[in-house]
Design a protein. Structure first.
Length: 167
């Protein structure tokens, strides 16, 4: 499980999520960004915590089944790699992105200031953890959201604009 709220976790969501995941009876493998290691109390989690460098982000995400993220680029990386997503946006632009994807049924959206954030988080986690039917459902949704043919077309347009700008 990747827990990624970028390089600056102002709301200390990572620590909250680590505490929330203690309810799970089995040991989970949790992956956190190394730069927030100093902010994490070692006794906060009953699970196995691994730390990764920024340069290892995509490789780490690739080996995870679930991504718990804020809704910026990490959300789109998670969708592209077809991960189960619990999204907790911290900023308005992240919330806008997340709401659009949530309406399509592709992610599980929570709000950082929900009074019952812990209860909602645990309910969602139980629903998606090891649920293969859910994985198939979101894979179809993600394929519609991030069509590779549309991405290739967009990249060609960007490349053509770039070529024009340097000539």
């Amino acid at each position: 499980i990747l827990i990624f709220f970028g390089g600056y976790d102002k709301d200390n969501l990572t620590s909250k999520i680590l505490k929330f995941l203690n309810f799970h009876k089995g040991k989970l493998n949790l992956y956190l960004l190394k730069m927030i290691k100093k902010k994490i109390n070692k006794k906060i989690s009953n699970n196995k915590i691994y730390y990764f460098k920024n340069s290892q982000y995509l490789n780490t995400l690739n080996k995870c089944n679930i991504s718990i993220t804020a809704g910026g680029l990490g959300l789109f990386d998670s969708i592209f790699m077809k991960k189960k997503v619990i999204c907790i946006p911290r900023y308005n632009h992240q919330l806008i992105n997340a709401k659009k994807i949530d309406r399509k049924g592709g992610i599980n959206l929570l709000k950082v200031n929900d009074r019952d954030l812990e209860v909602k988080f645990k309910t969602i986690f139980k629903k998606i953890y090891k649920n293969k039917t859910y994985q198939k459902k979101i894979t179809k949704i993600y394929d519609k959201i991030l069509s590779k043919s549309k991405m290739n077309k967009t990249m060609k347009l960007i490349y053509n604009l770039y070529e024009k700008s340097i000539n």
